[in-house]
Design a protein around this ligand. Structure first.
Ligand code: TYD
Ligand code: MG
Length: 450
């Protein structure tokens, strides 16, 4: 081991097998540093041991990162316009949500790339069967059923793939670390090793990570800060649709979502999420209102449902799903105090249909109206949508991108839309959409509750 140790000069980069006080190549003093011996475990770029030099920012090259399409438009969108070469993408999600299906599907869709699929969970036979079901028959796809990090790295070096898929990071282990696969140190070390290999060799790596009950990947969010991009695959397993969301993206925005539907032969893209989210909506029942939120660059219609029912002898229960709990409590308080709706002695439940998480204030007005509709047991016309932020004094405040939202509302056949009376900029409603401008929560309730 000792004889393999190498030294590098931090000035000229010269490599020697022995330490010298003065670099034999450039003559500089005290510039030789020890580098790790070169073996498959040597960690990519760090192994070079060469110090990179600070460079003035205006001398840096502005070359665009190289991207390629994964063949799935929805995935490309979440990645920021395709996958970036040399980047590491962590795909997180609960077991059974469809991570392996998604990644195996892109193996059949990307063209002309050499892919290495490392499976630590399924046998090669199981993977082959799944590939047949999904119609994936690519000659460039290599499958490796292996969990030892060293062997995986050796195969990557042999195959020289353009894309590596690790399914999943919790199953692979480094034999030099005593803790078991899936432990924090294993998961961290293996990801780091693969990541540096990806940067060194320039392949794109998709790493699957199972999310535990607390919603974190492998315990604490140990991997998120390391990788370039973190995607979460979410959705109700009982329902067929799945939402892919970027939690971090070094090469694009993080608020794009991709929507898929799980069918018999794999995941189908849903280019029109509003239609899907609104399908099967109850018509003319109290306690539901539709709003429009902007997810990334796309307007998406969402249905908010509320149920207000008398509480028993215990105190009132308030529960919200898909809307931040504190925001929901605030809206209930405003509705009670400023909207004049009595919520005492009643339980309130709020739910956003389709597993969407609404974190935009533009959804406030529809939430308040859905609650009021249930509290009064009066129906909001099913062709009416509501967009607006609710302030603490009960005022309805303006929201951004109103025209984009209105055109989506109009496109889906709505005839009326409640909006704030005071809007910054021009408001252009599409033909056939009547705008109801309101100043306060009270006005909004009077305008829509029949
Ligand atoms: P999977 O990709 O194995 O989930 P993960 O890798 O995230 O654990 O997906 C498993 C589920 O998807 C499983 O319940 C079966 C279902 N499925 C389909 O409905 N259609 C399909 O074509 C495939 C391959 C899976
Ligand atoms: Mg899987």
């Amino acid at each position: 081991m000792k004889s393999k140790t190498k030294f590098y000069c931090t000035d000229c980069g010269n490599e020697t097998g022995k330490w010298f006080g003065q670099c034999p190549s450039c003559g500089a003093w005290n510039t030789l540093v020890e580098a790790e011996a070169e073996n498959p475990k040597t960690r990519g770029t760090v192994a070079a041991g060469r110090r990179s030099l600070p460079t003035p920012i205006n001398e840096l090259s502005t070359e665009e990162e190289l991207r390629f399409s994964t063949g799935l438009g929805e995935l490309d969108r979440v990645l920021g316009g395709g996958a970036v070469r040399g980047s590491v993408v962590l795909v997180g999600g609960a077991p059974g949500i469809g991570k392996s299906t998604l990644l195996l599907q892109i193996c059949g869709l990307v063209s002309g790339e050499r892919i290495l699929y490392v499976t630590g969970e399924e046998s090669t036979r199981q993977l082959k069967m799944r590939a047949q079901r999904l119609g994936v028959e690519s000659g460039g796809l290599y499958v490796l059923a292996e969990t030892r990090l060293d062997d995986i790295i050796t195969s990557i070096t042999d195959v020289k793939p353009d894309i590596v898929i690790i399914d999943s990071v919790q199953t692979i282990y480094n034999g030099d670390i005593t803790s078991g696969p899936g432990s924090i140190s294993q998961v961290k070390d293996c990801t780091m090793a693969i990541m540096q290999l990806a940067k060194g060799q320039g392949f794109t790596c998709f790493v699957v990570g199972h999310v535990n009950k607390e919603g974190a990947i492998a315990g604490p969010k140990v991997l998120e800060h390391m990788v370039d991009c973190v995607l979460y695959f979410e959705g109700d397993r009982a329902m067929s649709y799945r939402i892919l969301r970027a939690a971090k993206n070094r090469f694009g925005s993080t608020n794009e979502i991709g929507v898929f539907e799980m069918a018999d032969n794999g995941l189908k893209e849903v280019p029109n999420p509003s239609e899907m989210l609104l399908s099967g909506r109850p018509m003319n029942s109290p306690g539901t209102c539709v709003t429009c939120v902007i997810e990334g660059t796309r307007p998406v219609l969402a249905e908010i449902q509320a149920l207000v029912s008398p509480s028993g002898y215990s105190g009132s229960r308030r529960n919200s799903n898909g809307i931040d709990h504190n925001r929901a409590m605030l809206l209930i308080a405003v509705l009670e105090k400023r909207g004049g709706v009595s919520m005492q002695n009643s339980d309130t439940y709020i739910n956003v249909i389709g597993g969407l998480e609404l974190d935009e204030p533009a959804a406030d007005l529809a939430t308040v109206l859905a609650i009021a509709s249930s509290a009064y047991d009066r129906v909001i016309d099913c062709h009416t949508a509501a967009i607006g932020e609710v302030g603490l004094t009960g005022e309805i405040r303006s929201v951004n991108a109103i025209n984009q939202r209105l055109s989506e509302v109009g496109r889906l056949g709505f005839t009326k839309c409640v909006i704030p009376s005071h809007m910054r900029g021009d408001v252009a409603a599409p033909a056939g959409l009547e705008l109801i401008r309101v100043r306060t929560v009270r006005e909004a309730i009077l305008a829509v509750l029949k």
